[in-house]
Structures are given as structure tokens and as C-alpha cells.
Design a protein. Structure first.
Length: 125
């Protein structure tokens, strides 16, 4: 019974971590055209009993894209301003990976829940 509860906790923490990752990917996509925006990244750390936790949010240190638009009020003397360092292809790949990881944790959670329910049904007989 203890290992089933451990599996439930591990799957739930995995879903929480991937949910946080999806939130940051969504923010990155929404701010892809925001001048001066730095891409947010999040990491994962293993805790006890297979659980995962998210690390603090980090800003990507990649250089910002230089955009040429002399009519923009943010542009300097050369007509350039700093865009964002968000790459939409990378963000979409991260979103797909996070979604699939979330679904895998959800299936694990559901399997452990069904096994726990079956165990309780056997005990009641």
C-alpha cells in the first residue's frame, strides 16, 4: 500500500512540475515580440521517493535579438532596438515535451489510483 501512495505522490509532483513548465513556456510564447524580454527557463530536481520539484525560474542569458526599426520609439541612433531571445520553435518543442510528460504522469497516477481502489475492494470482501 505504501508503494502505491508513493507512486501517487510521485505522479502528482511530476504533473505539478510539468504544469509549471507549461506556464513558463506559455509566458515565453506570449512575450516573443516584447522588446527586451528574456526567455524564462525552469529546471527540475529529484526529491525523496521519486518526487520532483521545480528549481527557481532563471532568465536565459542568450543575447537579445537586435531588431532594425528606425520608426520604433525604442530604437537607438542606428535604428536598432533589443527584441526578445525567444525562439518559437524551441518553445513549441518544449510545450510538446511537457504535455507528453504530463500525460505520462497522469496515466501513472490513474493506474496507481485504480490499483488502490482494487485493493480496497479486496479488503472489503
Amino acid at each position: 500500500m505504501v508503494s502505491l501512495v508513493t507512486a501517487l505522490r510521485a505522479a502528482a509532483s511530476g504533473m505539478e512540475a510539468q504544469s509549471a513548465r507549461l506556464r513558463h513556456v506559455s509566458e515565453n510564447i506570449a512575450n516573443a515580440d516584447t522588446p527586451g524580454y528574456h526567455r524564462k527557463t525552469i529546471g527540475f530536481a529529484e526529491m525523496a521517493e521519486g518526487q520532483v520539484a521545480t528549481s527557481p525560474v532563471r532568465l536565459d542569458s542568450a543575447p537579445l535579438e537586435r531588431v532594425y526599426d528606425p520608426g520604433n520609439p525604442l530604437s537607438d541612433d542606428t535604428g536598432h532596438y533589443d527584441g526578445s531571445n525567444v525562439d518559437l520553435v524551441v518553445e513549441l518543442a518544449d510545450a510538446r515535451e511537457a504535455q507528453r510528460s504530463y500525460e505520462a504522469n497522469l496515466k501513472l497516477f490513474d493506474q496507481a489510483r485504480q490499483m488502490t481502489q482494487s485493493l480496497f475492494d479486496l479488503i472489503r470482501r
